[in-house]
Design a protein. Structure first.
Length: 408
């Protein structure tokens, strides 16, 4: 295998993103010079997480990523991390990896310095640490200082925590595409808001965002609600009904609590996801629907698969790209701005009171099993119990382990 002479003062931190272990190993084996830090990622999303975790100088990026478009991701990386060289890999070629301009296309785009590097001589070895540190000192501030809209909160979201930034970045990377998304996280953490944010950023933003809560609709009615029905399909069907899926034509279908989908309906949903076709109850007509599907759950779907309560093929079809939202207890810096937001909302049109330092500290120390939804309820109750006082104090916060008596 052809080896790549990597500049010792240039590429000591290398990241390779490819779903193929063989491709990743070939890149590692082909590096002629020792590499101080070499890490691997199996997809674009995982690569982004690695890029955020430290300083990198070269990213080898497989064109056949399983989750993100490599060209779009490479542009994003160049904008977000200007100090990183991106090298696109073509895993379908059986040619030996070569520098740009030579035969073979495993690495069709190589950074200019690669083909010009000479073997290290004694003088270069003596200056290795000095040159490396100079380059890192030059590139690291630029990479850290680069601001990208990818980090901004989605529409309707209030968060200052770094732990939420991957959620925002991934959502923005996904928005222009039609990739099926599975949003996971505990109850009340804002899964629907993230789904709406993705829809708002997509080309489908002007079309319908249709919501179906699979846990809120009785099993006997869910099929008719989702897929629609023809007139006379059953007793009481006095007229035809298009259904929620068809209502999302050109837009986004959000399936909340997808883990509660009855097993009997899962094959029909799977067919729609694969063929973009459906049949209404009582009708032989096949209707094509162009709707992006985003689903959400607080359940562990793989556990349901093992228990025989969820189809494995449907799980993998829904989970083309997963996004996990962390619980509120893992992002305490978001509690104060969220509490202030809810307080202002509930107090309107009057001026909202403030929080005492003790009250804010108490809010930050709670486990928040109900997450943002629980916090919202606590703030609403606190405003009522404060009886128009100017400050919300700890005794106004009716928390999970409190009682009305202690809050009075």
């Amino acid at each position: 295998m052809t080896s790549f002479p990597i500049p010792h003062n240039y590429a000591n931190h290398i990241l390779v993103a490819s779903p193929s272990n063989l491709v990743r190993q070939r890149v590692l084996e082909s590096l002629r010079s020792p590499v101080r830090r070499f890490e691997q990622a199996t997809g674009g999303a995982e690569a982004l997480v690695h890029l955020e975790s430290g300083f990198w100088q070269v990213l080898f990026l497989d064109r056949s990523l399983p989750d993100l478009d490599a060209e779009e991701l490479s542009q994003t990386v160049r904008q977000r991390f200007p100090g990183i060289e991106v090298v696109l890999l073509d895993p379908e070629s059986e040619a030996e990896p070569t520098a740009a301009g030579e035969k073979g296309n495993l690495l069709p785009e190589m950074w200019p310095a690669l083909s010009q590097v000479k073997d290290n001589d004694k003088d270069e070895n003596e200056n290795k640490d000095k040159n490396r540190d100079k380059r890192e000192d030059k590139l690291l501030p630029a990479a850290r200082a680069a601001h990208s809209i990818l980090e901004d909160p989605l529409l309707g979201m209030i968060s200052n925590s770094r732990i939420m930034q991957p959620v925002y970045r991934l959502s923005r990377l996904l928005a222009p595409r039609n990739t099926t998304v599975l949003i996971t996280g505990p109850t009340g953490c804002g899964k629907e808001i993230v789904a709406r944010g993705i829809h708002h950023l997509s080309a489908r933003a002007t079309r319908t965002f249709a919501v179906v809560n699979c846990a809120a609709i009785p099993e006997t009615l869910l099929e008719a609600e989702l897929f629609g029905y023809a007139r006379g399909a059953f007793t009481g069907a006095m007229q035809s009904y298009a259904g929620r899926i068809q209502a999302a034509q050109g837009g986004t279908l959000f399936l909340d609590e997808i883990g509660e989908m009855p097993l009997s309906l899962q094959p029909k949903l799977l067919r729609f996801l694969e063929q973009k076709e459906l049949q209404r109850l009582g009708s032989a007509e096949v209707v094509r629907v162009d709707a992006r599907v985003i689903s959400a759950t607080n359940a562990h779907l793989l556990t349901l698969v093992r228990e025989g309560r969820f189809r494995e093929d449907l799980y993998y079809r829904l989970c083309a790209f997963p996004i996990e939202i962390p619980p509120l207890r893992d992002r305490p810096e978001d509690i104060a701005p969220l509490a202030a937001h809810f307080l202002a909302r509930f107090a309107a049109p009057l001026a909202a009171p403030g929080f005492s330092a003790d009250a804010l500290q108490l809010l930050k120390t709670q486990p928040w099993a109900g997450n943002i939804r629980e916090l919202q309820n606590v703030i609403e109750r606190a405003l009522i119990l404060s009886e128009d006082e100017a400050v919300i104090r700890p005794e106004h916060l009716l928390l999970a382990d409190s009682s009305f008596r202690s809050a009075r």
